[in-house]
Write a protein that binds this ligand. Structure first.
Ligand code: SAM
Ligand code: SF4
Length: 330
């Protein structure tokens, strides 16, 4: 990639041109690996970015060379002004994408279509209705499946995110891959990651190697490695003759920090330079004081750690502070 003068760069020469904006910490599901059982403390609305502030933040990042913006959360579509935000973001010269649990896709379909979003990641951790409902502590399996079908009918290339957890859904890996046989679906198996309140421990992680060997056991020689795109966080595969593809995101056993180009903006306006970073920079307060936030952005990214926010081992994370995933924005 050509380095442009205004690009946001860190000490390791990594250009950061992909921004994930969390629109809210709220959600209409309660996935146990993301949201602590006791929920998260509700905070006054004034502590979060309003519509205009989301757009002003996005514009600032775009002026610094950001080329792709992904909207996430919590569940981004539960925000009452989600439609206006998508419409306004669609006017910026960026590739716009969204990660959603899928429940509200039909309600937002017109906006999704007209805002030019082509990349939609839908989270679905089980193809079994009872299990899905138990993981998410709600009863929306049918809705999510019908909305995935809606996207497929409209010729979207749907990416399905499935967090694989030992003793929960590892027995469905093969079923998920089989599901891609006649559908233009890209299933992405994500290794279970540790965040505050999610009862993570290493023994619950199903590693990339374990996922692959299950797929190879079933599909043998038909498993083909396909090319990854630059800055891809996933290792991509297909099964010969299948319409869809699958991938593995090995954030725990084989992280992909070398080519990281990601920035995260939390719903309360803090820049987090890595999912696992324990430091944040408050852009929203500075913006509200009328200060220039560009130097803060540059400083935060410059100080980004080489790997995993400075974690050297996932196994002794207890003393480290981080947010729950739901309040970071995955
Ligand atoms: N609500 C939306 C959704 O579920 O797609 C967007 C937010 S969610 C935090 C974004 C992604 O993070 C989802 O695909 C979810 O499965 C993933 N995620 C949440 N907690 C995780 C964890 N502990 N380990 C790995 N992935 C996780
Ligand atoms: Fe909500 Fe997404 Fe977290 Fe599930 S993974 S609780 S849908 S934010």
């Amino acid at each position: 990639m050509q380095l442009e003068e205004n690009n946001i760069v860190d000490q390791f020469g990594r250009v950061h041109d992909y921004l994930r904006i969390s629109l809210t910490e709220r959600c209409n599901l309660r996935c146990f690996y993301c949201m602590p059982e006791e929920g998260i403390a509700l905070r006054p609305k004034a502590e979060f970015m309003n519509t205009d502030e989301v757009i002003r933040m996005a514009e600032t990042f775009v002026s610094l060379g950001v080329k792709k913006i992904r909207i996430t959360g919590g569940e981004p579509l539960v925000r009452s002004d989600a439609k206006q935000i998508l419409e306004k973001l669609s006017k910026l010269p960026v590739e716009l994408a969204i990660t959603t649990n899928g429940i509200l896709i039909d309600k937002f379909f017109y906006t999704i279509k007209t805002s030019g979003i082509r990349s939609i990641n839908v989270s679905l951790d089980s193809l079994d209705k009872e299990k899905f409902n138990s993981i998410t502590r709600r009863n929306d399996f049918d809705k999510v499946i019908s909305n995935i079908n809606l996207l497929l009918d409209e010729n979207y290339h749907v990416k399905v995110n499935a967090v694989v957890i030992k003793g929960v859904n590892e027995n469905e890996i093969v079923n998920f891959v089989q599901w891609t046989s006649d559908k233009n679906i890209h299933v992405r198996f994500i290794e279970f990651m540790p965040f505050d309140g999610n009862k993570w421990d290493f023994s619950k992680v199903v590693s990339m190697d374990a996922i692959l060997s299950k797929v190879r056991e079933r599909f043998g020689e038909k498993v083909t490695r396909i090319s990854d795109r630059k800055n891809d966080t996933s290792k991509n595969y297909s099964i010969a003759g299948f319409k869809g593809t699958f991938a593995i995101i090995s954030s725990v056993t084989n992280p992909f920090c070398d080519t990281c180009n990601r920035l995260r903006l939390t719903a309360d306006g803090k820049i987090k330079n890595c999912l696992f970073s324990d430091s944040e920079t408050d852009l929203l307060s500075a913006m509200r004081r009328g200060e220039d936030i560009v130097p803060l952005i540059r400083k935060s990214v410059w100080n980004k750690k080489e790997k995993l926010g400075g974690i050297t081992s996932f196994e002794n994370l207890e003393k480290r502070k981080n947010r729950a995933m739901i309040s970071i924005g995955g």
